[in-house]
Design a protein. Sequence first.
Length: 279
Amino acid sequence: MREPGCSTWCFFDRDLPAAIEELCARTNTIEIFADAAHDILGRNPLPVPDDDVTLSVHAPTADINIASCRETVRNASIGLIAGVCQRAAEMGASHVVVHPGFFPWPEQEQESLSALLRSLDDLAVIQEQTGMNIAVENMGSWEMCHFRDPGLLPELSGRGLSFCLDVGHAFLNGVLDDFLSRGSPCAVHIHDNRGKTDDHLAPGMGSIDFPRVFRHISRGIPWILEVTDRAMVDRGLLALANPGAMNGQGIEDIEDNPCHSPVPRESREVPPKFSCIYK
């Protein structure tokens, strides 16, 4: 059974080495959100994990749109992802998560979808060239986003691409059960919400029935906690490590159970799990 992990997103106010150090004190499974201060294309030392660390990379989401109707923007976005995949391969990552893009105007939806399908062809080539597994993530409730329901799954599988199931996004769109029954994700992004906005709360703080969700998700793939507030990291990882203890009542019940009390970080002896090199 794989240890639940966490995205570096919650430590965007720190540089990448510091964020990784914080997460290594909590888990051996880390996803680098390669944007802003955690960009891996030259501005940060390249993390190289020890053998006991599972590392993945989330491609940038800013200044990028692989479904752009402007071919120059689409090509630039694909080029950026190619660079991210090459760097991810160099650090031994298991996969790279990619957003499917968006259409800014309703009148452009079909043209944008055609652009996305061309980009999926390009991603399949990048995957073959770099040896890096590419997983496209389902999106939240913004109407401009592609891949809000499982309809894109055949296009992915037909090209040999994977997908990353974002539980919170699927719940917002009312299609969580559809994804759980139809999809076979290579990784899962886990966060909670109350069905209205993409809050990225720790499991048990919103309305998602996680004990039921967990019964449908393999523990052999990375479970990545994706919260924006570092105060939610420990409680979120605790919920993922003890999914049966939630009983649909929320994370507070786990925290009150002395059998599942987390070990204070300051009392843990954490050996270095990463070295950093510049390339």
